[in-house]
Design a protein around this ligand. Structure first.
Ligand code: GL4
Length: 822
């Protein structure tokens, strides 16, 4: 299709003009950053027409909308993907060539808007992209953190966190929308006053407030003119705030309000699968949720007189429990602002809000101390108390006299507000993110709720967008696929199946592996430039990139590397296919064992990479600052994908899918979505090992696992563990890695030793790694195996996931956007 939006000449003119007006420079004088800005503004010009047209279509057709509420949107760079989705990438590349610039270099000038931690935030970003591509009306609602995820530096092997000022040059793809600002109130107290209708009015007094100001970011659909909106909220001080009369002129309070606004959106909490329970975090939650719900209701009321039917046009998806105050905020608006009765408000709320659970890790469960919650959100707390009171009556009705049940299921219990319980009670849908995860929710973690509300529970296995993680990230493979099967895969990933006919074709195999080799060269160059380490692109690239967490078992991976090194040293004659173990991971700033694991990986790398005697058979690389932009290159270059979490702990995983899409073979446990990947491609085309989730859960319940038994019986494992405390990798410092040693063996140091069964699964892991090596030696067999993986990746597109959300939960209709000159 000829692109009507992009006229190369016009575009070049626009870029030059932008450089002139923005910087008073000619193209020759402009820096790469300035050219990036100029190009982005030119692209935004095009997007704006589609964006306007999309809004006009919404106004005209009045479709139902989903408001996807999330503390995190890990968007990654926008320029390249916007161009791809506008189907203008090639033309813009050529235009820039003419101007003497390379598009890739210009793309590299864009900061990664890293407004998220890991999988949960990246999923939200993939969902936004799929919603726009499928033509569904959606708003993403989040926070415009001044500082998102920190930049990671590695100094002397240790992680150092550096603030990432992603807004320092200005972000060209955002649009400030002050006309859609809302006030958000904190603290004070609630006064009950009689209302005219004989009911009681509840009025929040003596509060502090901030002004929530939205910045809209365009979410461009693929080749369909659709542009949805991600609204992320900034906090500003209220300009002419209304203080109670006796507070008038209260200077101290005015300053406090200024500070509140400044601190509120300053920084993203850098924890994945872990909650710190800080008061500021609850403030952030209520801040963006209140503003978003207010905007949703205001938009609805503009077109609809009857608030009772809100749920016909608005549905709110709560991405984990973080935005769960949304249910109480909606209740507050319906009760206090709209004057509805409790029953009316509850009927609406429970048809509007839905909840996704993303983890069963105990330390990720949000529970707020009543003291903090009620002080910060006094009216919201009253409403939650009433929801809880009524819910417990329901439980009493179902299980008369069963106090134990009530205690377990209560929303408020033991001095805490349990956000998951609130979300389940008030939501019309509760979903897990992979089949196994949903089954564990139903049968273990949320069993009581499943028994009470079986109809609410459903599964939505995660997915990823192929437009970013294949089309953009791996252009060579994308082109090859298109040459083989046409380009339908771009919007319908199940077409990848058609590749199956090529898996035995020697020429196709060769082409495929040649592309993998090119991508390995590209990554090797990146590693050389960023780490100063030379890696052999003909070695097996064995990759584990993801957040650092004990349950993900980066420790087991590096212990296995240590084990291999011992073996090679002892048996230099042994056959061993050269391998490069690549790690990339950020650790939460306060997570000691995670940070120590990074130090261990780097220390092991130091020893092994500098040991000439092993003839480059082993290399270990820790890639600094793993993030969405370098991830795209890493997936493209991987031979082996490490998905080795303790079974039952990884709710789904999405990195696993990105590797599969890029032709890497998975070594993994039967955990999360790995289970469904095995189902799609066949277990024989993956390298599965380790305990099943049932076995893990049984050990946890029986408390019958003692890693000391393994330590005593297995000499090679013992050797590796002793190397943690005999100074082997730490310049004779016997204390440096002792906490890791203790976490594996010492029951006094952790709740129980080796909580994540690293030693228990070690032998099975090592054996699976031997199978990997054997398979890799068979060149044709390997090519076939990884091509089969690509051919069976179809299910794992976020387009499929979103369609299931739409069919089973949201019930949206597609809109079609046509653009006319404005
Ligand atoms: C996570 C899960 O840990 C991860 O398995 C899942 O893929 C992701 C998206 O559903 O959500 N939960 C939390 S918390 N962080 C995650 O990445």
């Amino acid at each position: 299709m000829k692109n009507i939006l992009f006229d190369k000449k016009e575009f070049i003119k626009c870029v030059k003009e932008n450089v002139k007006t923005l910087y008073r420079k000619t193209m020759a004088e402009a820096s790469e950053q300035e050219v990036f800005q100029a190009v982005s503004y030119a692209v935004k010009d095009v997007i704006i027409d589609n964006w306007l047209a999309t809004q006009q279509t919404f106004d005209k057709e009045d479709p139902k909308m989903v408001y996807y509420m999330s503390m995190e949107f890990l968007m990654g760079r926008a320029l390249g993907n916007n161009l791809i989705n506008l189907t203008a990438y090639q033309e813009v590349k050529e235009a820039l060539d003419e101007l003497g610039f390379d598009l890739n270099t210009i793309e590299d000038q864009e900061p990664d808007p890293a407004l998220g931690n890991g999988g949960l935030g990246r999923l939200a970003a993939c969902f936004m992209e799929s919603l726009a591509t499928l033509g569904y009306p959606a708003y993403g609602c989040g926070i415009r953190y001044r500082y998102g995820m920190f930049k990671q530096k590695i100094k002397d092997g240790y992680q150092v966190e550096v603030p990432d000022n992603w807004l320092k040059n200005g972000y060209p793809f955002e649009l400030r929308r002050p006309e859609h600002s809302f006030e958000v109130k904190f603290g004070g107290y609630v006064q009950a006053e009689p209302a005219e209708n004989g009911r009681t009015k509840f009025i929040q007094k003596n509060y502090q407030s901030v002004l929530a100001v939205p910045y809209d970011m365009p979410i461009v659909g693929y080749n369909n003119n659709m542009v949805n909106t991600l609204m992320i909220w900034d906090a500003e001080p209220m300009e002419c705030f209304e203080l109670d009369s006796f507070d008038k002129g209260d200077y101290r309070k005015a300053v406090e309000q200024e500070n509140l606004a400044r601190n509120l959106v300053e920084v993203l909490y850098p924890n994945d699968n872990h909650i710190q329970g800080k008061e500021l975090r609850l403030k952030q939650q209520y801040f963006f949720v209140s503003a978003s719900v207010q905007r949703a209701v205001a938009r609805y009321k503009k077109y609809h007189p009857d608030i009772h039917k809100l749920y016909e046009k608005v549905t709110i998806q709560m991405n984990d429990t973080h935005p769960t105050v949304a249910v109480a905020e909606l209740m507050r608006i319906l009760l206090d602002d709209e004057g509805l009765t409790w029953d009316e408000a509850w009927a609406i709320t429970t048809k509007t809000c839905a909840y996704t659970n993303h983890t069963i890790m105990a330390e990720a469960l949000e529970k707020w101390p009543i003291e903090i919650f009620s002080r910060l959100l006094p009216r919201i707390y009253q409403i939650v108390e009433e929801i809880n009171r009524r819910f417990l009556l329901e439980v009493e009705e179902e299980y008369p006299g069963n106090q134990y049940k009530k205690d377990k299921m209560a929303i408020i219990h033991d001095g805490q507000v349990k956000m998951a319980h609130l979300a389940i009670v008030a939501g019309y849908s509760v979903n897990g993110v992979a089949r196994l995860h949903t089954e564990i929710l139903k049968n273990q973690e949320l069993k009581d709720f499943y028994e009470l509300y079986p109809e609410k529970f459903n599964n939505k296995t995660n997915g990823i967008t192929q437009r970013r993680f294949l089309y953009h990230g791996n252009p060579l493979l994308a082109e090859w696929v298109t040459n083989k099967i046409g380009n339908d895969w771009i919007t319908n990933l199940s077409h990848m199946e058609k590749l199956a006919v090529y898996v035995d074709d020697p020429k196709a195999q060769q082409e495929f592996m040649q592309i993998k080799y090119q991508n390995k060269l590209r990554l090797a160059k990146y590693i050389q430039e960023h780490n100063g380490i030379e890696v052999d692109p003909r070695s097996i690239f064995d990759v584990q990139v993801k957040r650092l967490h004990e349950y993900k078992r980066q420790l087991m991976n590096i212990l296995h590397v240590m084990y291999l090194y011992n073996k090679i040293k002892e048996h230099p004659e042994m056959e061993f296919y050269p391998r490069t173990f690549i790690f990339g991971a950020k650790a939460a700033a306060g997570y000691k064992n995670a940070k120590l694991t990074i130090k261990l990986i780097n220390s092991v790398a130091d020893v092994i990479n500098n040991d000439a005697s092993i003839d480059n058979k082993l290399k270990v690389v820790f890639i600094e600052d793993y993030k969405v932009s370098n991830a795209e290159w890493i997936f493209a270059a991987a031979d082996v994908s490490e998905q080795i979490s303790t079974a039952s702990k990884e709710a789904s995983g999405t990195g696993n899918m990105k590797f599969m899409l890029n032709g890497a073979a998975t070594i993994g446990t039967m955990d999360g979505a790995n289970v469904e990947m095995a189902e799609e491609v066949g277990k024989e085309n993956m390298f599965i090992f380790g305990m099943s989730s049932d076995e893990v859960i049984a050990h946890e319940q029986n408390r019958d696992y003692n890693p000391m038994d393994i330590f005593n019986q297995d000499q090679e494992i013992r050797q590796v563990l002793m190397q943690l405390i005999n100074g082997f990798y730490s310049g004779n410092d016997t204390e440096l890695f002792r906490d890791l040693y203790n976490s594996l063996l010492n029951t006094q140091c952790t709740q129980y030793a080796d909580t994540y069964f690293c030693l228990k699964d070690f032998r099975s892991y090592a054996e699976a790694q031997e199978r990997v090596e054997k398979a890799y030696r068979d060149e044709k067999g390997w090519a076939k195996l990884v091509m089969l993986n690509v051919a069976h990746v179809g299910k794992f597109s976020s387009d499929r996931t979103i369609q299931e959300y739409v069919d089973d939960i949201w019930h949206l209709d597609k809109v079609k956007v046509t653009v006319t000159e404005q």
